[in-house]
Write a protein that binds this ligand. Sequence first.
Ligand code: MIC
Ligand code: SF4
Length: 642
Amino acid sequence: MGLNLAQKIIKDHLVSGQMTPGKEISIRIDQTLTQDSTGTMAYLQFEAIGIPRVKTKKSVAYIDHNTLQAGFENADDHKYIQTVASKHGIYFSRPGNGICHQVQLERFGVPGMTLLGSDSHTPTGGGIGMLAIGAGGLDVAVAMGGGPYYLTMPRVCRVNLKGKLKPWVSAKDIILEVLRILSVKGGVGKVIEYAGEGIKTLTVPERATITNMGAELGATTSIFPSDEVTKEFLKAQEREKDWVELKPDTDAVYDEEIEIDLDKLEPLAAQPHMPDNVAKVKDIGKIKVDQVAIGSCTNSSFMDMMKVARILKGKTVKPEVSLVIAPGSKQVLTMLAENGALADMVAAGARILESACGPCIGMGQAPSSNAVSLRTFNRNFEGRSGTASAKVYLVSPEVAAVSAVTGVLTSPEEFGEAPSVSMPSRFLINDNMVVPPAPEGAGIEVVRGPNIKPFPINSRLADKVSGKALIKVGDNITTDHIMPSNAKLLPFRSNIPYLSEFCLTPCDPEFPKRARENGGGFIISGSNYGQGSSREHAALAPLQLGVKGVVAKSFARIHMDNLVNSGIIPMTFANEADYDSIESGDELVLDNARQQIKGGSELIIRNVTKNRNITVKVSLSERQVAMVLAGGLLNYTREQNT
Ligand code: MIC
Ligand code: SF4
């Protein structure tokens, strides 16, 4: 029986386990990436592991999220990352060089390799045929030290693309369509593998838009084959030598198949407040727009920007609309500057932001109250923009640019002829903003500012785990709810005690206080708890507040791993109806917790207040059980080494 592409790369990198879907495997990691808002924690943990030099083929530390520098905190963290990277053999992409995923694709991604990144949009690398996976910082730290990455062997879903996109319809519409079909939970436990005649019509940056936003499906990753199109892209980046052909076997077997007819697709938008709340732009209607933001790791490639520049050329942005544009990398920005497209954008009234995440992570450009904001980004979770009442729609660069000119949500076919932009045969190459590491033993001193505070480490799991149900939340709670990130909080990613004061506050402003007063307890949730970001702060902040376990209908992949890494017990209701039987404030007890967790997948929680037992499941591998018993990955690693 033939292998599909995901299985081939996994097989080539397999360290342990059987490639049976649902079973735990571990794989060798070739490349890692970190960004600054998860990076400080990842490097503190790397230092705690105590390995002097990274053992990967290439590890890169990016600064792209936290670049406002409203106080000393950001700048201090950047210095820490720069020096710690230099000391341990890690390349450093300076602030201004661009968004990690865009730069990694342009300059470092290699088809067939594995990439582990401390950012949930690491699957962008699947656009170039990498098996690129997002993870918590601690998992990336372990991979930098040469340790394998553990994951559940995924099922593989084939998305068969037929035909060719019509003018004005773009790669963003393809992934929005996949989200419409599968939902934000539909990719959990799966790799989404793209195939079919239609893939030949998509350039690498377009493929990367699709694999990037595959993160919103909850998928382990998404991947395209490495073909002539990939070769063209690598050649244009002067990296043809990195190209290898990669494709599934002709008799490859898939667990699931979806077909999308590209000719039939129309411009789409994800409506507030979920990326899978997708409708046709023309069906949503001509709602008045207050803000348009173009950029982010989903849609900031040179070609996306050129389409935007062509649409804006000779026009003026509607007076009621604020248009901001952040080109994805220094390469993109320089090319736009050189060919005059930047001048067209500025002349039309666009406000140009630096090549960084910016408004996508709420670092500035919070919309006005009740505003409608069209964004080419990948997440429109409530409040993520920095304005709780804002209504964010996720759209293609074409829809965004056209609507900035008309002032209302506009399906671009009405605008005239679509701009035709093809991939350049040569990108502008200048890697002067990537600082190579110092030679081994160069005596680099790691600079640590006062913003860096010790992070919490759990203790061995007690025999009896008890506490109150501190909060009860619904479905699809994102890590932006659990550990909000905005211009005020992002500078404190190395200060968990401070951050914990804001933990789950979008759901209940009293949560941190209640958790502290009760000496910790449990979180009760509906399905897909922890979707979105890879930030392990969404586990560390609850840990700081004494949270011992989360009982949910289901979990998002990366967040569940982060909970286990922190020694917080992730439990799912054996019978979902039991969710209704727990109320916030109920006293819960897990008797013989160690024994119960060791003993099998079903545990009994006593609800003392309701005088009733609830059966919950812990779907953990043997290794994860050992981690929970030890009080998290760091304690587990120490126990293993003594
Ligand atoms: C995001 O898009 O939510 C982020 C900010 O890039 C996060 C990482 C973080 O929280 O620092 C992600 O996607 O993992
Ligand atoms: Fe940055 Fe936004 Fe991409 Fe996250 S999704 S890496 S915040 S651009």
